[in-house]
Design a protein around this ligand. Structure first.
Ligand SMILES: Cc1ncc(COP(=O)(O)O)c(C=O)c1O
Length: 385
């Protein structure tokens, strides 16, 4: 059986390294190795002295100890260092799921969160976030209808890519309570944690790792901390039997983390608060800018401003854009390809993530956001006829 194509990766592979204007990235602005070393008070010669032997499969204990700072009640034994955040999705699904298991996953979602589980079990029920006039909401009635004694796992991601949805603490605890009552595991992808930068109030929730024994929590340095090229990620797995099985799978994927990544990830974790503040400030500024942009073109584009994370979905009114295009396009995906090819502006079609067909993902974590919006304006696509 073949796994579904990874639509987001396939789309980005076409344009990510050539497009001049990134309006859709999920990661926050990055930095050089030199800047990271400088921020953490280390030198290039410290990095130069690093030995390039194999590392510990579960991850360097000092690195795991630094990871624990991000949680209230997690010990280094609970942490498994990965060779990339996305590896944690693969390892968890392989470890936990059997062909007859039923899985429920929040939708829309980052492709891997659905596709690996669906590939292994053949059956995955989507728990769709419901749009409201200004935001998104969880539909607990539909979760209660979907859940059954066969349900082994619920997959969620908060703050959520792509909508920027964040549950309230009450909703989050209700979800964990439902999982507990039904004896389900919860895979909670928290890779955008620390970016609680909404327009209205600050919305932070605890980590699932601190609330629920049967939570498996994914995090890493790619998004909030702006270091996707490091490929640094980790899982928190409180259940020791599951953790050992998972490390058993890791022997067949990457064996152990990369030594330079471990070294640099430890430096980043020493200064993680500052890195998250820098990213949050950039997201907040871009968010306000995009909100003003949307208000300027209500006939063309609308959005539900995110509550947290670095992404949001915006709705494209294709008829309005088609009025200004030499050749009308049939779908929002076609419009995204046109924008990338003819104008070097990258917007990800929402359908890549299982979102509405008329949506695109907006990425708020990068510098150059104003220039990118200017470039979009300069296409003339917002002119009304
Ligand atoms: C929700 C979510 N989880 C996991 C990942 C994987 O992160 P990485 O590409 O750094 O492995 C991503 C990347 O976009 C993501 O959006």
């Amino acid at each position: 059986m073949k796994i579904k194509p990874f639509s987001t990766e396939l789309f980005f592979a076409l344009y990510e390294f050539t497009a001049a204007h990134m309006l859709s990235s999920s990661d926050c602005e990055t930095m050089s190795v030199g800047e990271l070393l400088q921020k953490s008070g280390r030198s290039a010669s410290d990095l130069g002295q690093l030995q390039l032997g194999y590392t510990e499969s579960q991850g360097n204990p000092a690195y795991r100890k630094l990871v624990c700072q991000l949680y209230q009640d997690v010990t280094p034994e609970d942490v498994v260092i990965l060779t990339s955040p996305v590896e944690g999705i693969y390892l968890t699904m392989q470890t936990l799921l059997n062909p007859a298991d039923h899985v429920i996953a929040l939708g829309p979602a980052y492709d891997a969160l659905h596709n690996v589980a669906e590939h292994l079990c053949g059956q995955l029920d989507l728990w769709q976030l419901q749009p409201t006039s200004t935001s998104w909401q969880l539909d607990f009635d539909s979760l209660n209808l979907m859940i059954s004694p066969r349900t082994r796992l619920i997959i969620v991601n908060f703050p959520h890519n792509p909508t920027g949805f964040q549950p309230t603490p009450e909703e989050f605890h209700l979800l964990l309570q439902i999982a507990e009552e039904n004896d389900c595991w919860v895979f909670c992808d928290e890779i955008y944690r620390g970016l609680e930068t909404g327009l209205q109030e600050q919305l932070s929730i605890p980590s699932a790792a601190d609330c629920f024994e049967k939570a498996i929590v994914l995090n890493g340095l790619s998004k909030t901390y702006g270091l996707p090229g490091l490929r640094a990620g980790w899982l928190v797995v409180r259940d020791s039997a599951l953790r050992n099985q998972l490390i058993g799978w890791k022997h067949y994927t990457t064996i152990c983390p990369s030594a330079p990544t471990e070294f640099l990830a430890m430096q980043a974790l020493q200064v993680h608060k500052q890195l998250a503040i820098d990213s949050s400030q950039l997201v907040a500024a871009n968010l306000r800018e995009f909100d003003a942009f949307v208000q300027q073109y209500p006939g063309h584009i609308r959005w539900r401003a995110p509550q947290a994370g670095s992404t949001a979905l915006a709705e494209i009114r294709l008829d309005a854009f088609n009025g200004a295009l030499p050749e009308p396009v049939d779908t929002v995906s076609d419009y995204c390809h046109l924008l990338a090819k003819q104008h070097g502006i990258l917007l990800l079609p929402g359908v890549c993530l299982g979102g509405p067909a008329n949506s695109v993902r907006i990425g708020l974590g990068r510098r150059g956001f104003s220039t990118a919006l200017q470039a979009w304006r300069a296409t003339g696509h917002f002119l009304s006829h």
